[in-house]
Write a protein that binds this ligand. Sequence first.
Ligand code: F6P
Length: 383
Amino acid sequence: MAGKCIRRVGILTGGGDCPGLNAVIRAVGKTLINDCGVEVFGVEDGFRGLVLDHVRPLSYKDLSNILTLGGTILGSSNKDNPFEFYSESEGKPGKRDRSDDALRTYRRHRLDALVCLGGDGTMSIAARIAKMGVNIVGVPKTIDNDLAETDRTFGFDTAVSIVSEALDRVHTTAASHHRCIVVETMGRYAGWIALYAGAASGADVILIPEIPFDPKAVCEVVRSRYDNGKVCTIICAAEGAVPIGGHMVVEKTVAASHDPIRLGGIGKVVADIIEKETGVDSRAVVLGHVQRGGTPTPFDRALATCLGHAAAMLVMAGRFGRMVRLKDGKISDVELSKVADKVRKVPPDEPLLLAAMAVGTSFGVRRDLPAGRMHAWRRAGRR
Ligand code: F6P
């Protein structure tokens, strides 16, 4: 489609919220209104608003004073998939395909394109909606930093700063009481948040889903620290951390969600094992949604602004079915289908992982030489 045909563009935020969403909405909207004379519309509460026709015009004024604001002015939902929409019909709750309603809303408002901000779930839905004839441009969003084909998602830097501050803070209280404190982070099936915050704050042990841990090895670290005169132990555990041969700890399931599993609780499991096996007074702190709230860091605001601007440019160029991204230090774009339903995990050659191992951080596997630890991980990863 030629750029001159673009007159009306919708913006939608899907999945869990994250700091920087408003900065993207602002950049997409202001670029389109200012530079291109396009009318901009906000779809409320993610794909739910597209199915139920909750769409409102966004003026330049609506887009002002939101750069530093956390959350999303449009609202979001991580459980409303138009292809499996959870609703009641004739008194019976159930999942129904309401994608036709989503398409009708898009057409009713005579939208020429829809910019979707979201993670892998949103990109999968967006890729399917695109096949129905909706002109989609995606913008990657998640604190988890686990989206395929992109090196960094906005929101991640803010989450890492929050976790890092929490680790620094628990350090002083753990030292006063000679305790072990386990700080549990978000991140789903990837350990990016725990790895970056743990390394930044010098956690003694970092547990991530990519490296199944040996509880005995973790206890050994705690014991040996006390034997060597250390006064406390700080552990940063990703919510998806898993013991060798064990399972991730599931807090609850959300039936209507694209990914119904909600992880949570591994921090307490680890703290309890440590206290029982070593006798060291131990506590668990779950940071939860604190990691997703509040003001984005300057890095996330800047990244969000670049991505939002790039998304508006893609729309004007008529290059649809694509997602903008930061890759190899540059803003570029990639086919949506390459991103959908994939999880980008911490790879074995991640530089920060190797550096953390080299400076003596334990990843909860047997404390051999670094080469031995890598070997143990590769073995565990093959299971
Ligand atoms: O994907 C973002 C995320 O915050 C994950 O880190 C976490 O597992 C999940 O969402 C929590 O989801 P909810 O907001 O539904 O509790």
